[in-house]
Design a protein around this ligand. Sequence first.
Ligand code: NAD
Ligand code: USQ
Length: 401
Amino acid sequence: MNKKKKIFVMGGDGFCGWPTSLHLSQEGHDITIIDNLSRRNIDNELEAASLTPIQPMGTRLATWKELSGQSIGFHNIDIAEEYERLLQVIMEEKPDAIIHFAEQRAAPYSMKSPKNKRYTVNNNINATHNILCAIVESGLDIHLVHLGTMGVYGYGTAGMKIPEGYLDIEVTSESGERIEQQILYPTNPGSIYHMTKSQDQLLFQYYNKNDNVRITDLHQGIVWGTNTKETKLDERLVNRFDYDGDYGTVLNRFLMQAAVGYPITVHGTGGQTRAFIHIQDTVRCIQLAIEHPPKRDERVMIFNQMTETHRVNNLAKLVSELTGGEIAYVDNPRKEAAENDLHVKNDLFLSKGLDPITLEEGLLREVTDIAKKYAHRADHTKIPATSTWTKDQQPGIPTAQ
Ligand code: NAD
Ligand code: USQ
């Protein structure tokens, strides 16, 4: 194993953060979770809950201690609002690395109302900026690993493979000389949430240039699946499974809809192509990112954290073939192209040893082990995607419902 590290996991109570905390603890690292439990509060606000029965933080941590003998620390801090507490805990515990998951991550939730737009911008940009500012103020050489999104690239690439963060360009100087350069790939976000991730990239570029902060930005695709090796050890460690119209992501929604006998809700024609990754591969990629930090004078390291691309309509057909579920083509509540192609480079993680889990091998297991097992907990009224991108759009509700 690599050297044992002290690692802060910001947002360690969430869907990606919890299994990552357990995995890194299992690997022997010293983990402290920082989370303000805002995601659980949003569940209360939306009156929607995880399909899986997630336990309170205290039970989660006590169970992990009982099973593994490892302690995981926890601080309830709002990192967007409580800068001084954040700085203090960094100064006291001196982490080698900080993994930053702590943002409002749902595009539909971010588009719901002016209040939601403003909350998402304030929360996400302040959270990221406060971490960067505190790292510099602490004087410690902390490696920051951020969970970004494939969505910062936009999805129309005219057949070109999306590179890992930087685009090769050629410009013509005043004197007519052709000069090659690499620039940050131009962003083209499709929601307020995705826009905050685009802003994050500028904050990283600036703090890296000005203060030499070592940063890895993981441009992650849509995460599917629920459990990992560690969360499977005991039902009290189960990971969250969002299926509601705001937080449920497309493939997990389709799996759950098929399992509970709700029509599979394809937005528009389902012509959108997206990048995907299984949650087990997410935690593995983060481990690899922690084990391969950039050097002090290196630019922001950007990885495309995805393993497969799929068209939404093809996913719906695949799930329908596996389960017999019926497909409903509903109004698209989002403002997005009816169709797009997507080709993505992910050579960096593959070269570091990632051996991806494919949809083919994991899909059916997910339907039976999770979606069917917890189908009785589903509230069908929370399934439709009711948040629209503009006032004149319609929610994505199947006609028979
Ligand atoms: P999540 O909502 O399940 O988890 C985020 C966690 O951060 C929650 O526990 C929440 O309480 C916490 N948090 C939010 N704001 C905070 C604040 N101000 N202070 C302290 N804690 C705060 O989301 P997730 O699905 O685990 O996503 C984690 C990260 O990965 C996000 O940044 C998201 O953009 C990125 N990502 C997720 C996916 C996906 O499919 N889930 C895909 C690509 C990228
Ligand atoms: N879609 C449907 N039917 C549904 C739900 C979604 O057809 O019932 C479609 C959407 O219209 C969209 C696509 O599926 O075209 C993906 O939607 P999504 O909700 O699964 O994904 P998205 O909004 O992009 O957001 C999710 C995570 C976010 C992360 C992002 C990665 O919530 O945190 O950043 O995936 S990516 O998409 O690569 O940018």
